[in-house]
Design a protein. Structure first.
Length: 163
């Protein structure tokens, strides 16, 4: 007579069943795709990127045209997006939902991103600059004329105060 055996480690009834593995097989914590570890790695195809942030591929192309994000290209010429680029696109989408025009939303997100980069640079420098040190922030395409102004020039307000 056959014996019906229960699995040795049944899932608790209150847990939802695990999702079937996606292409590439199951991933263990800490060993996920490199894009989870490196925000600047262009790991997402246009379709997957659009799906992740709830937009259309045309929206991502419009952000490329507006100069906010410039995706890398695969060997076949397909756009590849990084996690950081998807974060920027998602923030633009939220601003558009609040009623901002695309140009205004792109400008706001660009300035927020530059400010965050400046804060990171200051933290890297320990919050202080020595004589002759420059805290200029390397910026992406479409940056304004203030790019590359040395930190000393930005901090020197005495000339303006003496006017």
């Amino acid at each position: 007579m056959p014996i019906n055996r229960m699995p040795s480690n049944p899932a608790p009834a209150d847990r939802t069943p695990a999702k079937p593995p996606t292409r590439g097989g199951p991933r263990s914590p800490g060993r996920g795709p490199a894009s989870d570890r490196d925000a600047d790695l262009p790991a997402y195809t246009m379709g997957r990127a659009a799906e992740l942030i709830g937009v259309t591929p045309a929206f991502l192309r419009s952000l490329d045209g507006a100069g906010l994000i410039e995706p890398e290209r695969s060997a076949g010429g397909h756009r590849r997006y990084s996690r950081h680029q998807l974060d920027l696109a998602g923030r633009v989408r939220l601003l558009l939902d609040e009623g901002f025009l695309l140009a205004a939303a792109v400008r706001i997100v660009t300035l927020e991103d530059r400010l965050a980069a400046a804060h990171r640079r200051i933290r890297e420098l320990g919050g202080t600059l020595g004589p002759g040190e420059d805290a200029s922030i390397p910026l992406g395409p479409g940056a304004g004329p203030e790019v590359g102004i040395p930190a000393q020039a930005r901090r020197d307000t005495t000339a303006r105060e003496n006017m």
